[in-house]
Design a protein around this ligand. Structure first.
Ligand code: CTP
Ligand code: CA
Length: 225
């Protein structure tokens, strides 16, 4: 693809990016999902590509279109996303920006669930979805040299994200406060803290595109080492 021919600090590097929500089917017409526009993940994929990376962009059903010049793999559910990620490896770096649904409906119905006219309510049973970021972070051979996760939190952002980084085994966590009063969810701006083994670094509030460019530059610097 054209990105592979582009010059830049990430030329010759393959970077995998997950983005968007996942949709977990209940029946052929209904699903449960996480709230995610896919804007930040899309901006990151675009910024990595602009630095010359070959990008595989694994995306759930997002509101924004995928960037040009990247290899797009469209998925619906978390299980499909895991499959696509496994197929995309090996990669030099992985950025896991997707808002993966933590649970799927244990046995989705093949036919539309109908009201019975007597007010009976359906009961849904759930299964936990695989943790894609954790799986990639903890794979031995073939692990990307740099694994970056996200943590969208509403409370104790830094503490929760720091714990999350250790629990999952990723190198960096991009943490953000998604409390409704921040206006970040669904908005054009983001205020993130980059958490690594060196500690927590607060970045100023800026556009999602600027966050993406700053992160891509950091990734390029890390891979050069
Ligand atoms: N993630 C993933 N697969 C999952 C769940 C999460 O790859 N099944 C990734 C996300 O893409 C993100 C990171 O893990 O990069 C953190 O997601 P988050 O939902 O904040 O963490 P969880 O471990 O699911 O914890 P919780 O939702 O309980 O806070
Ligand atoms: Ca989660």
């Amino acid at each position: 693809v054209e990105a592979a021919l582009k010059d830049g600090p990430l030329k010759g590097k393959h970077v995998l990016v997950t983005s968007g929500p996942t949709h977990e089917p209940i029946d052929p017409v209904r699903y449960i999902a996480n709230r995610s526009s896919g804007a930040q993940g899309t901006a990151i994929a675009r910024a990595l590509s602009a630095l010359g990376a070959e990008v595989t962009f694994v995306t759930g059903p997002a509101d924004v279109p995928p960037p040009e010049g990247v290899h797009v793999v469209k998925v619906q559910s978390a299980l499909e996303m895991l499959d696509a990620v496994e197929n995309a490896l090996p990669a030099d770096a992985g950025v896991f920006a997707a808002a993966v649904a933590d649970w799927r409906v244990a046995s989705a119905s093949d036919s539309k669930i109908k009201k019975d006219g007597k007010g009976s309510l359906p009961v849904l049973e759930f299964s936990e979805n695989p943790d894609i970021l954790k799986m990639v972070s903890q794979m031995g051979k073939g692990r990307p040299a740099l694994v970056v996760g996200f943590a969208a939190e509403t409370d104790d952002v830094i503490a929760n994200a720091t714990t999350k980084r250790k629990r999952k085994g990723c190198d960096w966590i991009v943490a953000n406060d998604v409390s409704p009063d921040t206006g970040i969810m669904g908005g054009a701006e983001n205020a993130v803290t980059l958490i690594s083994e060196d500690g927590a670094e607060d970045w100023p509030r800026m556009s999602k595109d600027e966050v993406a460019r700053a992160l891509a530059a950091r990734i390029a610097a890390a891979l050069e080492k």
